[in-house]
Design a protein around this ligand. Structure first.
Ligand SMILES: Cc1cc2nc3c(=O)[nH]c(=O)nc-3n(C[C@H](O)[C@H](O)[C@H](O)COP(=O)(O)O)c2cc1C
Length: 189
């Protein structure tokens, strides 16, 4: 059976991170992507992505309606290898932090936590306020991995696409998948 990975897209800036992740995972035979996205993601995608929401959905294996709180990924009995929320807005961080699961993305994240599965939040805001930092800190204490899309320079990015691929490589690393053009630090380049 393929490994199911839940991908949540919320309304933080960074939709190209989600589309790059989904398109790289599309080429990984053993992983099946299960996509759920918020209304905020749709609005942000219209600003940030050349792809329509339909084209983004076409990159995933299974797509859920965020209002469908009875979908498969809403149950802990539905086996997955974990979930990544990319980008993860501060509203969605707050929802996960408080266990306020009023949409399917939040419910799926809550289930991932309760089943002690891997939960990665590509948390995006700049600067963070104290509420954001407190929520992220406390989620980290619960075992959630906080992976903000921070810039790196040691890999000598030439374009935004290089930065995007580097962050996606870091996300994929959490699931033991080698990202495309992922430049690791080996002591020197
Ligand atoms: C273009 C755009 C960029 C945004 N970037 C961020 C961001 O980086 N971080 C954030 O927390 N919210 C950001 N927002 C605001 C969220 O989309 C908004 O708070 C929304 O209610 C989040 O809801 P959701 O988490 O259910 O998607 C952005 C909104 C727009 C339109």
């Amino acid at each position: 059976m393929k490994k199911r990975l839940v991908v949540g897209i919320s309304g933080g800036s960074g939709i190209p991170l989600a589309t790059e992740l989904l398109s790289q995972l599309q080429k990984i035979e053993e992983i099946e992507t299960h996509l759920v996205y918020t209304r905020g993601a749709e609005i942000t995608a219209a600003q940030e992505s050349e792809l329509s929401m339909g084209e983004i959905c076409a990159l995933a294996d299974v797509v859920y309606d965020n209002k469908d709180i009875g979908a498969a990924i809403a149950s802990g009995t539905y086996k997955t290898v974990g979930m990544v929320v990319v980008p993860c807005s501060m509203k969605t961080v707050a929802g996960i932090h408080s266990g306020y699961t009023d949409n399917l993305l939040l419910r799926a994240a809550d289930v991932t936590l309760k089943e002690r599965r891997k939960l990665i939040l590509v948390a995006r805001e700049c600067p963070f306020n104290t509420i954001h930092l407190r929520n992220l800190y406390e989620l980290s204490q619960m075992g959630v991995e906080i992976l903000p899309p921070m810039l790196t320079y040691y890999n000598h990015p030439q374009a935004v696409a290089d930065c995007t691929r580097h962050i996606v490589g870091k996300i994929l690393d959490r699931f033991d998948v080698e990202g495309e053009d992922f430049r690791r630090w080996n002591g020197c380049l």
